[in-house]
Ligand binder design. Structure first.
Ligand code: B12
Ligand code: SF4
Length: 473
């Protein structure tokens, strides 16, 4: 039998950039291969009104992908999950089929989000196999409650089955990627995205990635990855973002993937998250030959004391070494810093700033405070410190701020650093900077937003600094 499944991406967030809903591509591919019909509705693209599409397609199941719950920015907070409830109501006014939720944001808060939305089902973690099983159970009238990762209401409570962690097992094909959605992202940023592996075995105190994707690194075959690179190039992408939690989870994976890209002869600049550890010059040069152009290091702090409190399992020497390797290979680098988490003091903030001078050519993207998520070591710590009670819903963002500082003090320190060093990025981009980025994009310049900082500073050394004003909370 063949079912009709409508997949919805309600994500309208365009900061730092609109992001192609890659999860839908993987789900759609799995459903199509199992013989089902799939349509997409992407709220940013909206080539057809949702109500019109529902009435015309008459789906047997609607899937909603919740990527972002909020923007994880303490000072300019936005929440996105609240619209789930009204979205489900809109769907129900047109069709009566069940609604299933999934996505990385959903997987952090499955129980409260299922309750909030009123949807019939949710799927926690990787969605491909469980979604196909759910569609088939609904088709045949079988009981779906045994499906791995299924989240469902039961006797007034919400239950969650343990997930089965799976690697992204497919090379995608053109048929999995609706042309109007692809062209929206290719035209707005020039960037598409791709996943080479899932999972993370590290235990940084605040991080949800091992919870969303599992703790094992589940890697795809290098030749398949290279096929997806080639597909993105054929579709017109001028840059690719490798969305893996940590691309360099294993030197062998990096090596085999890059060699496969070179063999496939794909010439496409790409970006990825690298853990600043266990890198060497050969590996870095190989990545660059395969097209790596932008590196986002999840460094979090440049103070060893804070790195230890964040449970990063690495020190400043590792960060400096990784940075030097990247610069020597000619790569633009950005370091993300979480300022004000456990162990931070005014002194450690200054230490990070002072040490940043040793990382030549880097851009530092800073955030204030550490978002607390359930199931993380930070959650346990905050609970033990009495920051909130066990019943507190963390859906409404809660931030851990070191007892030695206030958000206002952290912001003032960062603003001071940014005024002394234009590569410290604090707050939103100034209108002049945003305008310049738009112009460069119109001329075909690609890359993550932060990469324009160095470019614009190189082109116009006197002007166009990023920071505008920073509201002090
Ligand atoms: C890569 C990444 C980025 C890159 C994206 C680059 C690019 N061009 O793609 C960058 C750095 C730009 C970025 C930016 C942001 N990000 Co981000 N990002 C990620 C990351 C690491 C991977 C997302 C991804 O692509 N996964 C791969 C795809 C294939 O998986 P997936 O979408 O999760 O889909 C699978 C399952 O979730 C499930 N599924 C998905 N949808 C559905 C639907 C149904 C019905 C079902 C059944 C299943 C299902 O099945 C899919 C296949 O298995 C996640 C963390 C993570 N590990 O998930 C954070 C994450 C999604 N980001 C997050 C956030 C907050 C943001 C920003 C708002 C941060 C900011 N202020 O700038 C922006 C928002 C950007 C935007 N426009 O939406 C948060 C969201 C949680 C929250 N608090 O809201 C996450 C979870 C990280 C975290 N803090 O925990 N991000
Ligand atoms: S911060 Fe990076 S390395 Fe640490 S647990 Fe998260 S994904 Fe893994």
């Amino acid at each position: 039998m063949s079912s009709r499944v409508l997949l919805i991406s309600p994500n309208r967030c365009s900061v730092p950039d609109p992001v192609f809903p890659l999860g839908l591509a993987h789900l759609g591919a799995a459903l199509r291969r199992a013989g089902h019909q799939v349509r997409w509705h992407d709220a940013l693209v909206e080539s057809e009104r949702l109500e019109t599409l529902l009435a015309e397609f008459q789906p047997n199941l609607v899937g909603i992908s919740l990527r972002n719950v909020d923007n994880v920015l303490l000072r300019t907070q936005e929440v996105y999950f609240e619209e789930l409830n009204s979205l489900c109501s809109r769907i129900r006014q047109v069709v009566r089929c069940p609604i299933v939720l999934g996505g990385s944001g959903f997987s952090i808060f499955p129980e409260p989000l299922l309750r909030w939305s009123g949807a019939e089902y949710g799927i926690f973690g990787a969605g491909e196999a469980p979604l196909v099983s759910l569609v088939e159970a609904l088709e045949s009238g079988a009981e779906p409650r045994g499906i791995p990762g299924l989240v469902y209401p039961s006797n007034g409570a919400v239950r969650r089955n343990p997930p089965r962690w799976l690697q992204p097992s497919l090379p995608l094909s053109e048929a999995d990627l609706p042309a109007e959605v692809v062209s929206y992202y290719v035209n707005s940023t020039g960037t598409l995205n791709l996943q080479t592996q899932r999972g993370c075995s590290f235990r940084c105190c605040y991080c949800t990635y091992p919870l969303i994707e599992g703790r094992a690194h589940l890697r795809r075959a290098p030749e398949e990855i290279a096929e997806d690179f080639a597909l993105a190039a054929r579709l017109g992408a001028r840059c690719l973002f490798v969305v893996d939690s940590v691309f360099n989870s294993s030197p062998r994976h990096v090596q085999e993937t890059c060699e496969a890209i070179l063999r496939r002869n794909v010439r496409l600049p790409w970006a990825c998250f690298l853990r600043p550890q266990a890198l060497n010059a050969d590996l870095m040069n190989l990545m660059v030959r395969a097209g790596l152009t932008y590196v986002e290091f999840g460094s979090d702090s440049l103070s060893d004391e804070v790195l230890a409190a964040y449970q990063k399992g690495l020190g400043f020497d590792d960060i400096r070494h990784a940075h030097q390797l990247a610069r020597a290979a000619g790569i633009d680098c950005c370091h993300f810093l979480i300022c004000g988490g456990p162990g931070e003091t005014a002194q450690t903030l200054r230490e990070s700033f002072d040490r940043s001078a040793q990382l030549e050519g880097a851009v530092f993207m800073t955030v204030v405070g550490m978002r607390v998520y359930p199931g993380t070591p930070l959650f346990e710590r905050a609970l033990a410190e009495g920051r909130f009670g066990p019943e507190t819903s963390l859906l409404e963002p809660v931030y851990y701020i070191s007892p030695a500082l206030t958000p206002g003090e952290i912001t003032r320190h960062l603003s001071d650093f940014a005024s002394r060093s234009p590569n410290w990025i604090v707050g939103d981009p100034s209108p002049a900077f945003a305008k310049m980025v738009r112009r460069l994009r119109e001329r075909g310049v690609v890359g993550p937003l932060w990469s324009y900082v160095s470019l614009i500073q190189r082109l116009w050394p006197q002007g166009f600094n990023w920071p505008a004003s920073h509201p002090v909370s």
